[in-house]
Ligand binder design. Structure first.
Ligand code: NAD
Length: 375
C-alpha cells in the first residue's frame, strides 16, 4: 500500500485555510501548521488535528512529505529552500518568488535534489478555465487573435493583510498578486509565449508602496494580442469583478470569474449561443488533486516552477516597462536578468520559454485581521 502523505502548511491565513480544506477533501493528512501568529496556527491546526508551530523549520521537523507555502511573498523563497533541502515536495502559492534570481536558485535546487514543485495558479483549475481550454484545444473557437482581461479587486483597507501594501513583502501590487493569474491563464489558454510587454502602472513603481492599477498590453508568439487591466478600487461595497473575453475566428468566449462560487462562460458565434453557469466549483481541490497525483505518479506537477518563472518575469517586465516607458521584449529581459546574475557569480539556467513545459527575504509584521478576497 502506498505510504500516506504527511503535509505541512506554512501560513495559516486565508490561503493556508483553503489549502488545508482542500487536502482534507482529497483525504490527505495535514500534520503541521506553521504561522508566526500562534493563534492562527493553533486554530487551523486544531481544525485539522494537526500540530501547531511558529516556523516552517519546526513544521519540517515533523517529518513531512510535502509543504504548502501560503506566506507573504517575500518569505516564499526561504521556506521553499528549507523544504527542498530536506527533499520535501512543494506547492507554492503564486507568485512563487519575488525575484528571478530567487526563482532560478530555487529551480536549480529542486532539479539538483529531484524535488517536485508546483506553483499555485488556481485559476487554471477553475471549471470555466478548463472548459475553455478544451474548447480552444478542439479548435472550436478557431485562431484566437485578441484577449481582453479585466479585474477590479477590493482596495487595500482594514480587511486586507497589511503586507499586501508593502513592496518589500509583496514584491508588487495588483499586477504581482492578481494580474499574474490572468497572465498565466492566458499563456496556458493560448498555448503561446509572451513576446513583449507594455505597461502603465499607478502609483508609479517605488521602493515602498505598490501599484493599485496596471494597464498592460501583451504580444504573443502566435500573433495573438491581449489587453489587461487590473485595479484595486477604494470604493466601499463594490462587487469584486473579474471578466475576460477571447475573440476567435469562429467563436467568441466571454467569461466571468469574479467569484469562484459563481462563474459564467458564454460562447457566441454564428448559430452558437451557449451559456455555462458554475456554482459548485472546488478549484483548490482540483489543484491539490493534481499536486498529489503528480507526487504519486513521480512526475512534475503542473504548473511547474518553469512556468511560474515566466509569469513572474512578465510581471517584473510590467514594472520595467512602466519605469522606462517603453515595451519590453520578455525573452531579452529574462536573458539580461540572468546575465546580470551571472556577473554576480550566481549561476542558474533561464526558464524554458515554452508553454508546454510542464536577496534576502524581508521580514515584517503581518495583520491578523480578517480578509476579503483581494486578488
Ligand atoms: N490562489 C489564489 O487564488 C490566491 C488567493 C489569495 C492569495 N493567494 C496567495 O496566497 C499567499 C498567502 O496570501 P494570503 O492572502 O493567505 O495571506 P494572509 O496574510 O491571509 O496569510 C499569510 C499568513 O502568513 C503568516 N506569516 C507571516 N510571516 C510569517 C512567518 N515569518 N512565518 C510563518 N508565518 C508567517 C501570517 O501570520 C498569515 O497568517 C500569497 O502568495 C498570495 O498571493 C492566492
Amino acid at each position: 500500500m502506498p505510504k500516506e502523505l504527511r503535509i505541512a502548511i506554512a501560513g495559516a491565513g486565508q490561503m493556508g485555510a483553503a489549502h488545508a480544506d482542500a487536502y482534507r477533501a482529497c483525504n490527505l493528512r495535514v500534520v503541521a501548521v506553521a504561522d508566526s501568529n500562534p493563534e492562527r496556527a493553533g486554530q487551523l491546526a486544531a481544525a485539522h488535528g494537526a500540530w501547531a508551530c511558529r516556523s516552517t523549520e519546526e513544521a519540517l521537523r515533523q517529518g513531512v512529505d510535502a509543504l504548502s507555502i501560503c506566506l507573504p511573498h517575500s518569505l516564499h523563497f526561504e521556506a521553499a529552500m528549507a523544504a527542498v533541502g530536506q527533499g520535501v515536495a512543494l506547492l507554492i502559492e503564486k507568485p512563487h518568488c519575488i525575484t528571478l534570481a530567487e526563482s532560478r536558485a530555487l529551480r536549480a535546487r529542486c532539479a539538483e535534489r529531484g524535488v517536485p514543485a508546483m506553483a499555485g495558479f488556481t485559476h487554471r483549475f477553475l471549471a470555466t478555465s478548463r472548459r475553455l481550454k478544451a474548447e480552444i484545444g478542439s479548435g472550436r473557437l478557431g485562431r484566437v487573435g485578441l484577449a481582453i482581461d479585466h479585474l477590479v479587486a477590493n482596495g487595500l483597507g482594514p480587511a486586507a493583510p497589511e503586507w499586501y501594501g508593502e513592496r518589500a513583502l509583496a514584491g508588487g501590487g495588483i499586477a504581482m498578486i492578481g494580474m499574474i493569474h490572468s497572465i498565466d491563464r492566458l499563456r496556458w489558454l493560448l498555448a503561446a509565449e509572451i513576446e513583449s510587454v507594455q505597461a502603465l502602472v499607478q502609483p508609479p513603481v517605488s521602493e515602498r508602496g505598490v501599484e493599485d492599477t496596471a494597464l498592460v498590453l501583451l504580444q504573443f508568439s502566435n500573433g495573438a494580442q491581449a489587453s489587461l487591466v487590473a485595479h484595486r478600487s477604494p470604493v466601499v461595497g463594490h462587487p469584486r469583478s473579474h471578466r475576460y473575453e477571447l475573440f476567435g475566428e469562429r467563436l467568441n468566449a466571454y467569461c466571468s470569474v469574479g467569484s469562484f462560487a459563481l462563474q459564467e462562460l458564454h460562447l457566441a458565434g454564428a448559430g452558437v449561443d451557449e451559456r455555462v453557469t458554475v456554482t459548485d466549483d472546488a478549484p483548490f481541490v482540483a489543484e491539490i488533486r493534481e499536486f498529489s497525483s503528480a507526487l504519486a505518479e513521480g512526475r512534475v506537477p503542473s504548473p511547474s516552477l518553469d512556468e511560474a518563472e515566466i509569469a513572474l518575469g512578465a510581471v517584473l517586465a510590467i514594472y520595467e516597462s512602466a519605469r522606462l516607458r517603453r515595451p519590453i521584449l520578455l525573452r531579452e529581459f529574462l536573458e539580461q536578468e540572468a546575465a546580470l546574475e551571472r556577473s554576480g557569480n550566481v549561476v542558474s539556467p533561464p526558464a524554458t520559454l515554452s508553454p508546454r513545459t510542464s536577496a534576502a527575504p524581508a521580514t515584517g509584521t503581518v495583520s491578523t485581521r480578517a480578509v476579503r478576497n483581494p486578488n
